[in-house]
Design a binder for this molecule. Sequence first.
Ligand code: SF4
Ligand code: SF4
Length: 376
Amino acid sequence: MAFLVGADCLDEMIASLRSNGRTVIGPAVRDGVITHDQIESASELPLGWTEDQDGGRYRLVPTGTDERFAFSSPSTSWKRFLIPERTLLLRARRSNGTVAVVEPEPEAPSVAFFGIRSCDLVALGILDRVFLDSDATDPTYAARRPDVFIVAVGCNRPGNTCFCASMNTGPTPTSGYDLVVRELHSEEGTEYLVDVGSERGADLLAGLASRPAHEGDLQRADRAHETAVASMGRELRQDYVPLAALDPDHPRWDDVAERCLACGNCTMVCPTCFCSTTEESTDLSGTEAERWRVWDSCFSLDFTHLHGGSVRTSTKSRYRQWLLHKLVTWQDQFDTSGCVGCGRCITWCPVGIDLTAEIAALAVPAAATDLGGRDV
Ligand code: SF4
Ligand code: SF4
């Protein structure tokens, strides 16, 4: 059963979560972008802001409205709150001829994700498969993830780089949340349709001022969903994806390698990329050492370093591995695509490489491709 609440209720939700000891992470404007950060009240949500996103381009744009969720994919994903950029794995100390090794207990902060979009929620489900539902459960992820309180939000204004509708991952969250909020904006003002996804979500909502939603409220939310689907900036044709995997000698791989800087930005911003490496360091006296897990990227030369050198020495081989791993071999490994259509890798690629365009170009005969690749 859905309920309708006013804007004040968002503040009450955040206050209630905080009074239960949770740190609330939500979308906020920081340093000229919308990102995820700790928030203390609804006044920190991006009231009146949306963005202009395109390949290699991001600008904040005022909406002139009182909408709080009028943006699409924030610049960062939620993964850094579950698999931090740097995690201390062990600390060793040598003393009197013996070495004592301490493995720190993983931190288990009590947090709420407030305002997570459907694509990012599906991405969390993919990370769950990798880090929880496998033979090698990750202790850091396992300590943080199960208790996270999720307040999802429907996406009304997809960005120009979004394609979740073609990935069947959005724009309206369908599961995996405690509460889901859908912003209903009109000239009379902005209200929020709230649906419950769990017992603890119901408990939170029960303490807040709300009324049962009317049929008209549900119809407004459905119209907002349909408008969002119709305004997706891009699409990834699923029937093109397997075709793109077929030809390792396709000239498009050389073409994209000419443009790709192998900077790894696309993997850092991606909500499902999770690769890491380990770094070890010692102090100058050689008595203490630490081992850290740090984010890594399959675009770095050392990522495939075995004895004697790297396996993938060319940018062409690294781009091909990234794209086909995301879209094809993840299916074999995890029974899901590694892409949820959030569009971040397109927006934050410094040269605007667009995986939807690359797949479109790779999936047709070479003679029919062009550099744009989007008209095929
Ligand atoms: S591959 Fe790109 S569009 Fe797909 S989930 Fe990752 S960042 Fe988003
Ligand atoms: S595709 Fe773009 S973001 Fe990714 S490594 Fe190449 S240049 Fe960097």
